[in-house]
Design a protein around this ligand. Structure first.
Ligand SMILES: Cc1ncc(COP(=O)(O)O)c(C=O)c1O
Length: 377
């Protein structure tokens, strides 16, 4: 099958790029003795996760129990949820524990106690890591040395929980303004985890794991001492944002959207058949402003050295339309022509389709079901 046989819009995954991205990150982790535990949030596909495990990952991360249920069903036996799941979900966790090693994060004492009660009451113990806020200010305990060690100590004594270690996510790296800024975020993160681990060990608390993970900081985090595990997610496909943060090149971007020009209402405007329901409406992040909703490649074969046509800019998305401004003097694609788009944020694109297509240039290798997409509970 060839790209021209596919109905558009279609989400394409360039297989050789995915495998190269997995190999590169795994090699960097192996060199430092860091265990890779990729976050599946980007691909949501047991097929891609199996490629990651086969290349050396020790397990996977999911955000939601619904995703973990899909992966456990597919035979994955070591799943970590770096997400503060609510103790209402104890019956689902207990069921998952029958067939997989499962761990999740805690960052609130009452929630940790409720989990401990729910587990101990039913004769179970579940592995947890304490989430530490290293500057993103989403979840996580304040790493203040005056308060954090007492929290860690308290969690370590709860009978239904087995404290494995500390975990952080430097999500604020997506707002970094330079490579030096990214490096300092990675260094601060490692220092913060290390200081807390030392404080915990000084109180006799066993800390096995220091888990960090975010694609923009990966290249700097891999240079840090102390980190035992890395949970990058986006690196498997990359996207325009990672290119904007110098974490990837456009030739590393494995997920693209194949779209057709469906209208040309004016000489300087064309309409593509992929709106926010395919490209998603996330803005791109980067060291410099990156306006628009993705980068357009006119040559759908993704031939090496091919450049995005930045004179075609995706200015606006409706649900089913992408409005593209054609720069003055640029020859506009005509209705019926197809283009390939590197989106701003690949993770959200995978969540919008039941199935993507594995490709090799313009050849279609097969379907890639996104088995855990939409598992929001
Ligand atoms: C808690 C947590 N860990 C790891 C990741 C992976 O980060 P990235 O996709 O930047 O590699 C994410 C991404 O959202 C996350 O929320």
């Amino acid at each position: 099958m060839n790209l021209r046989d596919l109905a558009t819009p279609a989400v394409l995954i360039e297989q050789s790029r995915v495998l190269a991205n997995i190999d590169r990150m795994q090699e960097a982790a192996d060199k430092r003795g860091i265990r890779m535990r990729p976050h599946i949030k980007t691909h949501k596909s047991p097929i891609v996760a199996r490629w990651q495990i086969d290349r050396g990952a020790v397990g996977i991360c999911c955000a939601k129990l619904g995703e973990a249920e899909v992966f456990a069903e597919a035979g994955f036996t070591d799943i970590r949820l770096p997400y503060p799941i609510n103790p209402d979900n104890a019956p689902r966790v207990i069921k998952l524990l029958e067939r997989t090693t499962l761990s999740f994060i805690v960052d609130h004492l009452e929630v940790a106690r409720a989990w401990s009660d729910a587990m101990a009451r039913t004769g179970h113990t579940v592995d947890v890591l304490i989430k530490v806020d290293v500057g993103f200010h989403r979840c996580g305990i304040d790493p203040n040395p005056a308060t954090a060690p007492a929290f860690i100590k308290e969690v370590s004594t709860l009978p239904g929980l087995h404290l494995r270690g500390l975990l952080s996510h430097a999500g604020h790296a997506y707002h970094a303004t330079s490579p030096d800024h990214l490096r300092s975020i990675a260094e601060d993160e490692a220092r913060t985890l290390q200081a807390l681990a030392t404080a915990a060990r000084d109180q006799g608390v066993h800390i096995d794991e220091l888990s960090a993970g975010a694609t923009p900081t990966a290249r700097f985090s891999m240079e840090q001492d102390w980190i035992t595990e890395y949970r990058a997610g986006n690196y498997v496909y990359f996207d325009r944002t990672q290119v904007g943060l110098d974490a990837a090149t456009l030739e590393d971007c494995a997920l693209t959207v194949l779209a057709t020009v469906v209208s040309k209402p004016a000489a300087d405007r064309i309409i593509l058949d992929c709106g926010s329901k395919t490209l998603a409406a996330d803005a791109a992040r980067g060291f410099a402003p990156l306006p628009g909703h993705g980068l357009i490649f006119r040559d759908v074969t993704l031939a090496r050295g091919q450049r995005a046509d930045e004179r075609l800019s995706i200015e606006r998305l409706s649900e089913e339309h992408a409005t593209v401004r054609v720069a003055p003097g640029e020859t506009s694609p005509e209705p019926g022509q197809r283009v390939r788009i590197v989106p701003n944020h690949s993770c959200v694109v995978s969540n919008l389709v039941d199935q993507a297509w594995l490709t090799d240039s313009d050849k279609v290798l097969g379907a890639l079901p996104i088995a855990a997409r939409g598992r929001i509970t």
